[in-house]
Write a new protein. Structure first.
Lengths: 164, 338
């Protein structure tokens, strides 16, 4: 992927039409010629491009999985989670809604074939949607801790009653 | 404001309760009460699809003169449950530094069988032999539970036929392929008397007479005669029946399931907090409301502007370069183009 992108950027810098240059596959040797010409003429942009490619590669390893959707205000924000679904969404919605400072919380999966989950949080004055989200995540973690401990207790109790 | 949350708070003041009613090597039945259906369902979904286990993922076939096609055998091998004890300390092979296989990310198993007698030969999972270095002595062993110690039947060979292959087992989750599912089935049930009317039971004359009662029906009060419908009621007790496919013991599936949820949450908390600059949360809202976004001066519209422009206004507070949206080819490229 990064390679393809860097190729696309080149014609833009040369001031030519990206789509027309890239479209026919038979043009590949030609575009390679362009590249060598570019290198001969000036090394500056080449270097910049290399850096960009590097940055892109780093990015792909470490993609930001939560982002704030445009149009958000401190107390009313929408978040987009990548690679999350009903598993997290519904439980998170529930736990955030439990927070007395939260006026409204809902989640949606806008399209089933996109691995995206949106959460809308509206809070009362005095707290922010981001704080509410973070509190929700921590509360849910605590709930998991409690259930985990309770399950281990129950297992031990069951084992004791089964052996006696 | 004081109707629904308050009612639920009272019920949940005690906190969640877990009671185990049956547990053995293949299944655990337990009741989770004072929890919300959303959490119970998260746990169910995670136990079904997101607990890492080990399964055969690559098969190199050196010799196959059996009647079955190579890919058919490869598929059957993938579905054989392998012991996944200790899979936690393995890497997903895509995250591993090694090139190809190492004991940190893969287990290699070999299968070599030739029918030399004059009767058809059966090849079982027990004939799969782990041959690589492993992080413990059981990880990757095929699960064998039958009395004869054979395991699942893989294929049959006529006299003279031979299979020789090398399998590479990797860590994975059932979301990617069902062969990695730790659980064979998960029973999930609540409200055995259907007091909440979440079910609309089909019937000819009388649903009560025609539908057998659930095994959990006696655990809960049956509805009183003429009892009015409680429209505030929410499900509160959940009956799980977790059946293991063999790769992990059933109680471990439950514990691991909770762990997977926690890892998800921890990952998100980490991501939210690592971007925070010194100016704290309040400064973070500059991004989405910034004038650049509203004007959309560049050709890239709303996608890059709130995050790509003005690094320290990025929604998570980090410097522009640290957020992926600040370093997109479009965002970073702007300096070059203009």
């Amino acid at each position: 992927m990064p390679r393809a992108k860097s190729k696309k950027e080149e014609p833009v810098e040369a001031g030519s039409d990206v789509v027309m240059e890239e479209a026919p596959p038979s043009h590949q040797p030609e575009s390679r010629d362009d590249m060598s010409v570019d290198q001969d003429e000036n090394d500056g942009p080449e270097d910049v491009e290399d850096e960009e490619v590097d940055e892109e590669e780093e990015e792909e390893e470490d993609v930001q999985r939560v982002r704030l959707l445009p149009g958000s205000t401190p107390t009313a924000a929408s978040f987009e989670f990548l690679n999350e679904g009903h598993t997290l969404g519904n439980a998170l919605r529930y736990i955030i809604m439990k927070n007395p400072d939260v006026e409204f919380c809902a989640y949606a999966i806008p399209h089933p074939s996109e691995a995206k989950m949106n959460v809308r949080i509206q809070t009362f004055e005095g707290t922010t949607a981001i704080q509410a989200l973070e509190k929700g995540l921590r509360d849910l973690q605590e709930l998991c801790d409690v259930v985990s401990d309770k399950f281990i207790d129950a297992k031990e109790k069951f084992a004791a009653s089964a052996s006696s | 404001m004081d109707y629904d949350p308050m009612v639920m708070d009272d019920a949940e003041a005690m906190g969640p309760v877990v009671k185990i009613s049956q547990a053995d090597s293949v299944r655990v039945k337990y009741q989770l009460s004072n929890a919300d259906i959303s959490f119970a369902n998260s746990l169910r979904r995670v136990m079904l699809a997101e607990i890492p286990t080990l399964a055969i993922d690559l098969v190199e076939i050196e010799e196959n003169s059996s009647v079955l096609a190579d890919e058919f055998i490869a598929h059957r091998l993938g579905l054989i449950p392998l012991n996944s004890e200790g899979v936690d300390s393995m890497f997903f092979s895509r995250d591993c530094d090694c090139d190809g296989t190492c004991e940190r990310c893969t287990v290699t198993l070999t299968l070599h069988a030739k029918c030399t007698g004059d009767e058809n030969m059966h090849v079982f999972a027990r004939d799969l032999v782990p041959t690589s270095e492993r992080i413990n002595s059981v990880l990757g062993n095929p699960i064998i539970t039958d009395a004869d110690g054979l395991g699942p039947l893989i294929l049959k060979l006529r006299p003279g036929q031979e299979v020789k292959l090398v399998c590479i087992a990797k860590k994975g989750i059932a979301k990617e392929h069902a062969k990695w599912a730790p659980s064979a089935a998960i029973g999930f049930e609540y409200d055995p008397h259907n007091k909440l009317h979440h079910l609309d039971l089909w019937y000819e004359q009388d649903p009560k007479a025609e539908w057998p009662p659930s095994e959990y029906a006696e655990w809960e009060e049956p509805p009183q005669e003429g009892e009015p419908f409680d429209y505030d009621a929410v499900p509160n007790r959940f009956y799980f029946n977790v059946e293991s496919a063999g790769s992990l013991p059933p109680d471990v599936i439950v514990s691991e399931g909770i762990k997977v949820i926690q890892q998800k949450l921890a990952g998100l908390i980490h991501e939210l907090s690592e971007g925070d600059g010194g100016d704290g949360m309040n400064g973070d809202y500059g991004g989405p409301r910034s004038p650049e976004y509203a004007t959309g001066a560049d050709g890239f519209g709303g996608y890059t502007t709130p995050f790509g422009n003005g690094g320290n206004q990025s929604s998570w507070g980090g410097a522009g370069g640290t957020t992926p949206y600040g370093t997109t080819p479009y965002g970073a490229g702007q300096s070059t183009w203009s």
